[in-house]
Design a binder for this molecule. Structure first.
Ligand SMILES: [Ca+2]
Ligand SMILES: [Ca+2]
Length: 162
């Protein structure tokens, strides 16, 4: 008699057990960060110099393009539009390759907004890459052939997600 009672209780449990569920949706966004920064932003003695302290970070999976642009296409005389002392700017990014802006090809004539670009992969830039910028005037400022006066140029170094 006792055995029969136990079996009945087990069957009853099977029929009353129902199920229910809720779904929890998880989502979120990671903001795109594509930034260039520098700790030193001026050079005023016309010496061939390697400037450190540049860095680039970009979390776009496709990578990014880094562009360096010279406003005057050389170190321009303050009272002589487009008459320049040429130089070469070399941006070395994280050991992944050099971006070279060679402003010597036009001789002493500078073309405004001369620029050069190079692509870097997302993996190269995801955690940030340190960079150096070398400005190389060669022998042009130490020999003869450059007029006296003040000279200036402005380099813009830009990073853009691809
Ligand atoms: Ca100019
Ligand atoms: Ca992209």
């Amino acid at each position: 008699m006792k055995k029969y009672t136990l079996a009945a209780a087990a069957v009853a449990t099977l029929f009353v057990g129902s199920a229910s569920a809720v779904e929890v949706n998880l989502s979120g966004n990671i903001q795109e960060v594509c930034e260039a920064s520098a700790t030193q932003t001026s050079l005023s003695d016309m010496s061939t110099t390697t400037m450190s302290g540049f860095s680039f970070v970009c979390n776009d999976r496709d990578g990014a393009t880094v562009t360096i642009t010279s406003a005057e296409g050389g170190l321009q005389g303050i009272d002589s539009e487009d008459l320049v002392i040429p130089y070469v700017a070399t941006l070395s990014v994280g050991g992944f390759g050099d971006l070279i802006l060679d402003l010597t090809t036009g001789g002493n004539t500078g073309t405004n907004d001369a620029s050069q670009s190079r692509d870097f992969t997302g993996a190269q830039l995801l955690n940030g890459a340190a960079a150096t910028l070398e400005i190389n005037f060669g022998a042009l400022t130490t020999g003869t052939g450059a007029w006296a006066g003040a000279y200036y140029d402005q380099l813009t170094i830009q990073i853009s997600a691809i």
